[in-house]
Design a protein around this ligand. Structure first.
Ligand code: FES
Length: 120
């Protein structure tokens, strides 16, 4: 099972000069280090992933799932990603998404973005 977290820090995500929220890269890397996640969960800080209007964007990826997250606006969101990574590394598979991230989940249907929370 390969598990990875891809965090966008591209042309829009994290660009405070465009009025967007900062992506806490240093804190994420420190958390990966402190929790010895590197072997189990690959962390990638990425350039633009595509859906810029959902800034800030991240992807949680396992062999069976690709979870898009958007509108990540605070450390609480990124910390929840760290917690998901810790639990997933312990289980050896993608763990249940915390509610704070479930609320930020979206899918891409062609050019359209659909927030899962809007589906009820
Ligand atoms: S800059 Fe993050 S999706 Fe484009």
């Amino acid at each position: 099972m390969s598990i990875s977290v891809i965090v966008c820090n591209g042309c829009c995500c994290g660009r405070v000069e465009k009025g967007h929220n900062e992506v806490p890269i240093d804190e994420l890397e420190a958390s990966w280090e402190a929790n010895q996640l590197r072997e189990e969960v690959k962390l990638t800080i990425s350039n633009c992933l595509g859906p810029c209007n959902m800034h800030n964007v991240s992807i949680l990826k396992t062999d069976s799932e690709k979870i898009w997250l958007g509108e990540l606006s605070s450390w609480d969101h990124y910390d929840a990603i760290v917690q998901w990574a810790i639990e997933s590394s312990e289980k050896g598979e993608g763990s249940k998404l915390p509610q704070i991230l479930e609320d930020r989940r979206f899918v891409r249907l062609g050019e359209s973005i659909v927030r899962l929370k809007d589906l009820g």
